[in-house]
Design a protein around this ligand. Structure first.
Ligand SMILES: [Fe+2]
Ligand SMILES: [Fe+2]
Length: 148
């Protein structure tokens, strides 16, 4: 079984690849499909982090809701979700200039978020959450919706 950090590394690579595909796709229909897939998989990943792993981590350490290292992560998620919403609007409007700017902005935000999680949160998750709990999460809660 992969450690949490190893599993997340694969999910980040999957999301980064989808985003890179979106940036180079010229066909409008195909690019809309990629954006939809990216959005679905991103929110599945965020849900795993915010709604499944973080509460278990906080419970282990007795951290109250809204406190501790997972709050940095979830506030990043809110910013990323807002930015992705703007990308979707610009895409619907076919505002190419704004879309290019927003997509560049989004890629930077996503990259720095992934780097932050890799350095800060995932090593803590690896250390605090037991392999047994992680196995249970993967089997019972996440299995049906996992992206790879
Ligand atoms: Fe995240
Ligand atoms: Fe992540």
């Amino acid at each position: 079984m992969k450690k949490i950090s190893e599993f997340m590394k694969l999910e980040h690579a999957h999301l980064d690849k989808l985003w890179a595909d979106l940036e180079t796709e010229q066909n409008k229909k195909k690019s809309k499909r990629i954006l939809r897939k990216f959005s679905d998989d991103l929110f599945t990943h965020i849900k795993l982090e915010d709604e499944i792993i973080s509460p278990i981590f906080n419970k282990y350490l007795g951290i109250e809701k809204g406190k501790g290292p997972t709050t940095v992560m979830s506030s990043d998620h809110e910013k990323i979700a807002q930015l992705l919403g703007k990308v979707k609007v610009a895409k619907e409007k076919e505002d190419e200039k704004q879309l290019t700017q927003l997509m560049t902005h989004f890629r930077r935000a996503l990259t720095s978020h992934h780097e932050k999680e890799t350095k800060m949160q995932y090593p803590l998750f690896d250390n605090i959450i037991s392999p047994r709990d992680w196995e249970k999460i993967l089997e019972k809660k996440y299995h049906k919706s996992k992206v790879h």
